[in-house]
Design a protein around this ligand. Structure first.
Ligand code: ZN
Length: 280
């Protein structure tokens, strides 16, 4: 990582820290002011704040209260769909399930971009809550009592540039709610791959072929939940599943915040191909 990136990252984090004492948090969708960090100082300084929003929708009712940056109204508009499930072919006529909290479109897609490309890590708990919308459905594929969460790894260079791995943040937040451990280092990326969004579907499987390396010591005999932010073609997740099974995992399910929906289901202007996606 060059010096310029390092300096800009440190200064961004310092600014974020200092601002936490003097500024309010806004809802990431409607910009309404929320009571959040610095809440003791805000009233004293004359900021108008409102109560921290509660999660209101039925499918997230049982998720404990913790820091979030989306207001209750916007949660209502986000939480309108049922979780999505797909079965992806695997080796030896087997298939595995990918369960996603909601379709990858509209405001949810913008929130995921904001986390990944703008570094808004405060969104991680909220996005994890959406991901956990699919957990009940995903958990039925695991009959082992103590599964583990394994985030899809980034190549070290991209991880250094971004400063974090969004899949690790999401897994970490899910871990707090589910009380299931995150096993870091169970899966590593052997090589940098071309960002999947820039490739045709047929190229995506070749691109990630043998891109991951698992640690059998951490995976053998385990029920594994592979965690990622978005499922598009399923190629990356399928490759992760292949590797964890090769390392001795007995059961595998993939869990993501969002999944791309069929073109015909997309709202006008929400077509991925019409919008230049940033690189994952
Ligand atoms: Zn809002």
């Amino acid at each position: 990582m060059n010096k310029k990136i390092l300096v800009s990252r440190i200064s961004a984090q310092l600014k974020d820290f200092l601002f936490s004492f003097v500024s309010e948090e806004n809802c990431r969708i409607c910009q309404r002011v929320l009571l959040a960090r610095g809440q003791l100082l805000q009233p004293a300084m004359g900021f108008k704040v409102e109560a921290k929003p509660a999660i209101v929708h039925r499918w997230v009712n049982d998720i404990p209260e913790y820091s979030r940056v989306i207001c209750a109204n916007c949660w209502e508009s986000l939480c309108t769909s049922a979780p999505l499930i797909g079965f992806y072919p695997h080796e030896n006529d087997q298939s595995f399930a990918i369960v996603s909290g909601a379709p990858y479109k509209g405001e949810l897609r913008q929130l995921i971009h904001r986390l990944k490309y703008d570094g808004d890590r405060l969104l991680a708990p909220d996005l994890a809550a959406i991901m956990l919308n699919g957990w009940r459905m995903g958990s039925i594929f695991l009959n082992q009592k103590q599964p583990i969460l394994v985030p899809v790894p980034l190549h070290w260079r991209r991880s250094m540039e971004r400063g974090f791995n969004q899949a690790e943040l999401l897994a970490s937040e899910a871990s707090k709610v589910l009380d299931i451990p995150v096993i870091k280092g169970a899966l590593k990326r052997r090589r940098a791959t071309t960002p999947q969004q820039s490739l045709e579907k047929s190229e995506r499987f070749t691109n990630v072929s043998e891109a991951f390396h698992g640690d059998p010591g951490k995976l053998v005999g385990r029920a594994v939940v592979i965690v990622d932010d978005v499922c598009t073609s399923g190629a990356t997740l399928a490759e992760c599943v292949r590797e964890v099974i090769r390392c001795g995992a007995t059961q595998v399910v993939a869990l993501t915040v969002a999944r791309t929906v069929l073109r015909k289901d997309r709202a006008a202007g929400d077509d991925e191909s019409a919008t230049k996606e940033k690189l994952s």
